[in-house]
Design a protein around this ligand. Structure first.
Ligand SMILES: CC(C)(COP(=O)(O)OP(=O)(O)OC[C@H]1O[C@@H](n2cnc3c(N)ncnc32)[C@H](O)[C@@H]1OP(=O)(O)O)[C@@H](O)C(=O)NCCC(=O)NCCS
Length: 324
């Protein structure tokens, strides 16, 4: 997936002549582990007639560009490695190579049968709740306490701090991989509010590993920015990459946001959490958040239900005039 472009990348690709080759950098993880958020793809401009099953096609769906496996050609249907099929889009080209850092991996057409069969098998397996449950358990086990020393070594020294305007790129790469929030929203909020010159409103905090990759994130902002009628500043999108979990990253991210809120003169801040998310509840409780009033919990759930529903939530609040 190549994500929503900052400039009209789709229009740029469409205006490139057939036969030209372009490098595009994207955000998203739907071809993971083949493609990771922040990797680049080389695209050969071509029409649908030049695409076959098992090719990786670049397709425009609305304003979004996606790079997915072709699973059928008449009509053209593409899908992520684990997905069933994308909405119909406009094919713009074929992916001929991937680049991760200094590594370039060519995608020769002899790989088509294995990519096609691999996609079919992986998506059929992923459609089973049992397989997803097993995968989740394996991931939780791989990133639990026993692997922490190795993970610490791998990540190097972690820097946890408020995000600045120049961190936008790292944020969009992280978001493409781990957040449901749109890149347009994040760009607008980071540049226009959280890291605004001459007085920030709200804040965003990030944890960077030694290679400068973001491995944890959270922001603090008014829910009204997302169209919900709730007052005050709320901690939103607290997510730590599995490789950096259980190392105190979320604790430190919340510390940055609390400090920023204090400096902005807030007297209290809020958070909402799925009521069955024990890890998150413990993280907030350890930072001094307490359950909010039953009335606020009811309003948060009502607002979310009205905007499309979610799991039952609990609301938490943290006074800022006391100690951490
Ligand atoms: C919840 C989450 C942010 C915690 O991040 P983290 O960096 O691993 O948390 P920390 O290491 O700072 O731990 C903070 C506290 O929570 C506890 N905790 C963290 N993960 C836990 C888990 N899976 N089970 C039990 N306790 C957990 C820690 O033990 C610690 O408490 P302690 O100091 O008493 O030991 C992370 O698991 C995550 O990203 N989860 C998926 C996304 C999510 O659910 N976000 C919350 C949305 S509101």
């Amino acid at each position: 997936m190549v994500g929503t472009p900052p400039v009209d990348l789709a229009a740029f690709v469409e205006s490139s002549p057939p036969g030209s080759r372009l490098w595009l950098r994207g955000a998203g993880r739907s071809l993971y582990p083949l493609l990771r958020s922040g990797d680049s793809v080389q695209v050969l401009r071509c029409g649908p007639e030049a695409l076959s099953r098992g090719d990786v096609a670049l397709v425009r769906v609305g304003r979004r560009l996606i790079a997915h496996v072709v699973i059928s050609t008449g009509p053209l249907v593409t899908a992520s490695l684990l997905g069933k099929g994308d909405p119909a889009g406009v094919p713009l080209g074929r992916v001929t190579a991937l680049r991760r850092g200094w590594w370039i991996l060519p995608l020769p057409r002899v790989m088509r049968p294995s990519l096609f069969v691999g996609q079919r098998m992986a998506s059929a397996l992923w459609a089973r709740p049992l397989a997803r449950g097993v995968a989740r358990r394996l991931r939780d086990f791989a990133f639990s306490g026993w692997s922490r020393p190795m993970r610490k070594q791998w990540l190097g020294r972690l820097e946890v701090r408020l995000l600045r305007a120049e961190d936008l790129d790292a944020l969009l790469v992280f978001a493409g991989e781990r957040l449901l929030v749109s890149s347009t929203f994040l760009r607008r909020q980071l540049l226009g509010r959280w890291a605004r010159d001459g007085g920030a409103v709200g804040a965003a905090a990030g944890a960077f590993d030694a290679a400068g990759r973001l491995c944890g994130f959270a922001y603090l902002d008014s829910y009204r920015e997302e169209g919900l009628a709730l007052d005050g500043l709320w901690v939103r999108s607290l997510v730590v990459a599995p490789r950096a979990r259980r190392m105190g990253v979320a604790h430190r991210l919340l510390g940055c946001l609390l400090e920023a809120a204090r400096k902005q003169g807030e007297r209290r801040i809020y958070a909402d959490v799925d009521e069955d998310n024990l890890a998150s509840l413990r993280t907030f409780r350890r930072r001094g958040f307490r359950f909010a009033s039953a009335e606020l919990i009811r309003r948060v759930n009502a607002e979310w239900d009205a905007s499309g529903g979610s799991k039952p939530l609990v609301a938490l609040e943290r006074m800022l005039d006391g100690h951490d």
